[in-house]
Design a protein around this ligand. Sequence first.
Ligand code: TXA
Ligand code: MG
Length: 323
Amino acid sequence: MKIVSDPTLDQIKNAAQALKAGHLVALPTETVYGLGADANNEKAVARIYEVKGRPKDHPLIVHISSIELLDKWARDMPHFAIKLARAFWPGPMTLVLKRKDLAKDFITGGQESVAIRVPSHTLTSQLLKEFESIGGNGVAAPSANRFGKVSPTNSQAVEEEIGKFLLENDQILNGGQSQIGIESTIIDCSGDNLAVLRPGSVTIDMIENLLGMKISEHFSLNRNVKVPGSFKVHYAPKAHVVLNGVTRPGDGFIALEEIPTTIGAIRLASPKDDLEFAQVLYSALRLADSKGIKTVNVIPPKAQGLGLAINNRLLKASKGEQI
Ligand code: TXA
Ligand code: MG
């Protein structure tokens, strides 16, 4: 496996060729790092599942360089989906749409819908363009963590998570720290009504303002997805995450800067606002594990705007659910 930092155009072209040849390329996005494979190559996509240790019927997001390519993958897009795409792409939003034939079962987990995103990270945007210029249609990329673990927000975290499962011709592209830090907002536009399946930094307010309508706030990634009932997953972080708990000496502590550290606790992050909270959260949880901390007490921000997405991830982390 090759790690390429701040790749030149030639190195980006080389990574595009690697994808086309069926190898895996871990790539930076503005949300979190993804583990990419040619979305039309069943064998390459199968390796994503192996490397992640992820159940096979768990669908993947297809990443494309621009809204122009949406037609290849999706059909019968409602007006509100087009409006969302025009407003928030490239950016931290994923749309679930009715699939075209190009989106095979090995991408959609057998569903009739496909998830699509146009990321804004310059490096990955270039990579997607290069990949498309040599005949690629899209890059399937889940977050580059082992199944059930915390998403990586820098290349070092990717290496720690999956480095040992990557092969000689696979690559990790280092494009710096992910600016947003939590995964994209997922909006299901495949039915008659829009539904937010996962909150993110494209907030409910932003969606409502754009579309001029109220949307209900029931987040469930499993709305249409069949998820096997009894899976043995190793939940992450290893540390036990407690929300608004009592902090004991030796515990990790994450809260907004204005909240003082309890005596004896180990401060893992002091974000000044919600933007920074999202940016540093996953690194702070990783730091807890690297320090061997058993319990992390987190004082979540207010559950509105971006704070809603942060609370959603924290709730999952505290219950040991997949992030
Ligand atoms: O920010 C992100 O979205 C990152 C970066 C790499 O783009 N990707 C990411 O992918 O978070 P992943 O696979 O870790 O999470 C995507 C979620 C999964 O839980 C999956 O079940 C859901 O999207 N999903 C994918 N296709 C879907 C579909 N057709 N219908 C409903 N949910 C879908
Ligand atoms: Mg993930």
